[in-house]
Design a protein around this ligand. Structure first.
Ligand code: MTE
Ligand code: MO
Length: 318
């Protein structure tokens, strides 16, 4: 498995050969079946699955990686997960989400927009729009990873919906399906899982709607078929298995904030100087490593995001 190193990429590295070939075969497959048939059959994702590389590939443009960052192994990325709909232990989601049905899948984009719409997953999988990006990933529980995602910028999605002048926030909702998601039959969180962003945060170029990881279709335990990725925030903001994206004028309620408001705020920006009430956030354990690392302000993405929070008291707005 080619694990990429951390130096700034050359242009040939940004679009590695494997990915390029992948996109060409994808295009050929899409052309053969035709757009109408794809919509009716929901056939595109299975074609993607059939065309995807057998071996996970750590492809993508590195964003905000530090010199000693390298992609966390596929095995860890896909078996050490938080996805409470499928259980609260890190190993539960990979075990319990095996039969989770992610096709067909509709995402409703509505609220304070001029163009509300229902999108099919296929709309997010067009090879002309997906990008591969390697991001740092920091969980509020003080562990971290480096993950090669595949997705589309959230800003593109929002632009398509045309937010009106009243829109100030974006609310995200996970599928509610207690039959398939055993966790939703428990009281561990208020269901369905919800999250929220200020509109400008949602429009930040780093915010990604992910459909894949390691060059492959997103495994169920990682939030298939579509999840958010916000590398400057604690992982719980990166909501999985999204069915609705709603533009609002009021700050959305979020699952973890409702569960424990003193521990989980709306912003959840990675901040080594503001501790969780029950543990320090100054250091973290990189999965697969023994020694702890120092946590970086905004998880190393200050240059790209700090200006959104100028003048705010980050102790109050945690
Ligand atoms: N719907 C939903 N989304 C969720 C969660 C969850 O329990 N349910 N857990 C969050 C947390 S705490 C983290 S750290 C990340 C983990 O993503 P990963 O398993 O792909 O690393 O997903 C986030 N998104
Ligand atoms: Mo997390």
């Amino acid at each position: 498995m080619p694990i990429r190193s951390n130096h700034e990429p050359t242009s040939s590295e940004i679009t590695p050969e494997t990915l390029y070939v992948d996109r060409r075969t994808f295009l050929a497959a899409a052309g053969a079946i035709g757009a109408g048939a794809v919509a009716a059959l929901g056939g595109m994702p299975s074609l993607v699955a059939a065309q995807q590389p057998q071996e996970p590939q750590a492809v993508g443009k590195p964003y905000g990686l530090q010199p000693d960052d390298k992609p966390t192994p596929w095995e860890d990325v896909t078996t050490y997960n938080n996805f409470y709909e499928f259980g609260t232990d890190k190993g539960d989601p990979s075990q319990n989400a095996k039969n989770f049905k992610t096709r067909p899948w509709t995402v409703r984009v509505d609220g304070l927009v001029n163009k509300p719409a229902d999108y099919q997953l296929e709309d997010f999988l067009k090879p002309s729009v997906v990008e591969d990006r390697i991001y740092r990933h920091r969980c509020v529980e003080a562990w971290s990873m480096v993950i090669p995602w595949r997705g589309i910028p959230l800003a593109d999605m929002i632009r398509r919906a045309e937010p009106n002048s009243k829109a100030k926030f974006v609310e995200f909702t996970t599928l509610m399906d207690p039959k398939q998601m055993p966790g939703e039959r428990s009281g561990v969180l208020p269901w369905p899982y919800t999250e929220g962003l200020r509109l400008d945060e949602a429009q930040n170029p780093l915010a990604l709607l992910a459909v894949g990881v390691y060059g492959r279709v997103l495994p169920n335990q990682n939030g298939a078929p579509l999840r958010l990725v916000l590398p400057w925030k604690y992982g719980f903001k990166s909501i999985k298995s999204i069915v609705r994206i709603r533009l609002t004028d009021a700050m959305p309620k979020t699952a973890w904030n409702q569960a424990a408001a003193n521990e989980y705020g709306f912003y959840s920006n990675v901040n080594p100087t503001v501790d969780h009430p029950r543990w320090s956030q100054a250091t973290e354990r990189r999965i697969g490593e023994f020694f702890k690392r120092k946590t970086l302000m905004f998880n190393g993405y200050a240059e790209q995001v700090a200006s959104m929070y100028t003048g705010m008291d980050l102790r109050k707005n945690f």
